[in-house]
Ligand binder design. Structure first.
Ligand SMILES: C[S@@+](CC[C@H](N)C(=O)[O-])C[C@H]1O[C@@H](n2cnc3c(N)ncnc32)[C@H](O)[C@@H]1O
Length: 255
């Protein structure tokens, strides 16, 4: 999959992105998890900064953050938050000098269909020896409640190779191949959120998760089947309290 693929949908959903993804509460939670792992004396490179909602929370906690993203629509919102410290760039071709970065972060980037090998290769290139790349995954540990079982099954059918899974098992071998050693998880934080089967079914139409994962052609009946299964769950309009654990994965450049 080309590293530059998959950001047109982010241009489209940029205006509703924050509100549909937990807003500043999600961002503040992520910043609380990342901040203790970051050195406030050194700048942070946020790769896939999106609307800058997480980066702005890191700035509020005393960090200097520069952000890169391939979607001009997302980045326009980040510019409103971070000013000129943002630029349009492909995570697989970072416009950054070799061995010039001490710490980089990505939140919810590596499940998007981006070329993860290219990202890890570039992160390894720009990090100084001993530098760290902190990653908060979107699908690190997938919920296994009644909604989760249907959505997980759908994801596995659409993406049998797991290219959109971004937990340690999916990422650690690729990172290792480029000299980034996976150091385990840190800052684990159980979280709950509410969603009804109907809301989840709606978020799967027109591209999974409100447009973030485009689907077409032969995949459409698979999505339609998942929607039907969701709407057949008991009390489909009643929100379920769903549980997940957000965590940070650390990758360190050794050489
Ligand atoms: C799910 S959003 C997450 C944004 C932000 N990190 C957050 O947590 O709110 C994923 C972001 O990755 C960006 N992205 C996807 N592929 C990229 C690539 N090849 N290079 C740079 N950014 C990319 C998208 O444009 C989008 O802004």
């Amino acid at each position: 999959m080309a590293s530059a693929s998959g950001t047109a949908e982010f241009d489209e959903i940029a205006p509703v992105y924050d509100a549909s993804r937990g807003g500043t509460a999600r961002a503040a939670g992520f910043a609380d998890q990342l901040a203790p792992l970051l050195d406030p004396a050194r700048p942070v490179l946020d790769i896939g900064v999106g609307t800058g909602v997480v980066a702005a929370e890191l700035v509020a906690r005393g960090h200097r953050v520069c952000g890169l993203d391939l979607s001009p629509g997302m980045l326009a919102l980040a510019r409103g938050r971070l000013g000129q410290r943002v630029a349009v760039a492909d995570a697989g071709r970072l416009p950054v000098r070799d061995a010039s970065v001490s710490q980089a972060v990505s939140t919810w980037l590596l499940h998007t269909g981006v070329d993860r090998a290219a990202v890890f290769r570039e992160v390894a290139r720009v990090l100084r020896p001993g530098g760290r790349y902190l990653v908060i995954p979107a699908r690190g540990i997938r919920p296994t409640d009644d909604i989760g079982r249907i959505v997980n099954d759908l994801e596995d059918r659409l993406d049998p190779g797991g290219t959109r899974q971004d937990g340690p098992r999916a990422l650690a071998p690729t990172a290792d191949a480029y000299g980034l050693v996976y150091g385990g998880t840190a800052s684990e934080r159980p979280a709950t959120f509410e969603v009804s089967p109907r809301q989840m079914a709606d978020s799967l139409s027109g591209g999974l998760f409100t447009g973030a994962w485009p689907v077409s052609g032969a995949d459409l009946p698979i999505v339609a089947e998942a929607r039907t299964r969701l709407l057949a769950l008991p009390d489909p309009t009643t929100p379920r309290v769903r549980h997940m654990t957000d965590f940070v994965m650390t990758f360190t450049r050794t050489g």
